[in-house]
Ligand binder design. Structure first.
Ligand code: ADP
Ligand code: MG
Length: 340
């Protein structure tokens, strides 16, 4: 017999929705740091303990949240970044879905301390498992600190899927690195279990950021890329053929300041390096693609790691020729089959 259909209780629906955005500590950190960047911060500090499961603290010097908006910021679909349907066609901020704070608050103990430059007094706000527990004055500098404790304390099923602390911490470090690399104008500091692991200079230079993140040797093995084709600007660095890698783990692509996985760009990079890079080795890269906001749909995936291009061809061509050019081996455009 068919079971009766009913609407899910709000709390249950919240937990399900939260699961889409917040999978692991690194997804929390990614969302929180993206918020700092969107808030115009020039300095961001990420601190974690026990792989981020027990403790994540993210501090920024951005615009802060006005007292009267603080509880709203934790509601699902509450955002300051998008207003109308048309805005979805040209998203220039990293966030826009208004889901991160609501999701994190549904599955952890969260404390927020924030102040805007217009307010003489800041705000401390606590929310546990989606329920507000405190709202009071707090003396604090301009900007925002979010502390997330005991992630998944109320969702044991999710908790079980977490890996060892060290794996979770490494995943957080990678998430922090990606954001640092995509925003060289922001100084990003990462502290793991009390020890500072990284700090990018925030001087606006990609190469010094790469140096801070991946080390001197990696930075010295790079060739600059700067090329525009068909409205797609490709800039950043690829490895010299002599500095090729045993795998693809050092290939990072960013589109309009957002880290993404893009097969099209990765295939273009490797096609361009064919003949220069030894068989069985792979080029490394940190490449930024800048294109018209309307030509890429970022609203495909809750975590926004995957994007959709209106047309793949210009992306492929621009990356291919940009890399060929950097390797000193550019040739007239040739047709390459994208489907293989
Ligand atoms: P989204 O980023 O998609 O807008 P979030 O749930 O991540 O959704 O954040 C909700 C809102 O809270 C944001 O639109 C922003 O106005 C505010 N906010 C969140 N984090 C910060 C921060 N670090 N500094 C300033 N405002 C913030
Ligand atoms: Mg956000």
């Amino acid at each position: 017999m068919a079971k009766r259909i009913h609407l899910l209780e709000k709390k249950v629906a919240e937990l399900i929705a939260a699961g889409e955005v917040v999978e692991r500590p690194c997804s929390v950190v990614k969302e929180l740091v993206e918020n700092c960047i969107d808030a115009g911060a020039t300095a961001v500090t990420v601190e974690i303990k026990n792989g981020g499961v027990r403790y994540i603290r993210v501090t920024d010097n951005g615009c802060g949240i006005a007292r009267e908006d603080v509880p709203t910021a934790f509601l699902r679909h509450a955002t300051s970044k998008v207003q109308t349907e048309d805005d979805l066609d040209a998203i220039s901020t990293l966030g826009f879905r208004g889901e991160a704070l609501a999701s994190v608050a549904a599955v952890a103990h969260v404390e927020l301390i924030t102040r805007t430059s217009e307010e003489p007094m800041g705000t401390r706000y606590c929310i546990d498992g989606g329920e507000e527990t405190l709202l009071e004055d707090a003396g604090c500098p301009k900007g925002t600190t979010i502390l997330v404790r005991d992630l998944f304390y109320n969702t044991p099923a999710r908790m079980k899927f977490l890996k060892k602390d060290v794996s979770e911490a490494n995943a957080v470090a990678s998430a922090v690195d990606r954001i640092a690399l995509s925003h060289p104008e922001v100084s990003v500091k990462f502290i793991r279990d009390g020890k500072q692991e990284r700090m990018t200079p925030g001087d606006g230079k990609l190469l010094s950021t790469i140096h801070a993140v991946f080390g001197r040797q990696f930075a010295q093995g790079l060739l600059p890329v700067d090329y525009t084709l068909g409205g797609v600007k490709v800039s950043g660095y690829i490895s010299k053929p002599s500095a090729s890698r045993p795998n693809r783990s050092m290939q990072s692509f960013f589109i309009n300041g957002r880290y993404v996985r893009t097969r099209t760009a990765a295939v273009a990079l490797e096609e361009a390096c064919k003949g220069s890079v030894m068989v069985g080795k792979f080029p490394a890269c940190v490449l930024n693609l800048t294109l018209n906001l309307a030509l890429v749909d970022v609203n495909v995936h809750p975590a926004k790691i995957e994007v959709r291009f209106v047309n793949e061809r210009p992306i492929f061509d621009a990356v291919y020729h940009a890399c060929k050019n950097a390797l000193g081996a550019d040739a007239p455009a040739q047709e390459i089959d994208l489907s293989k």
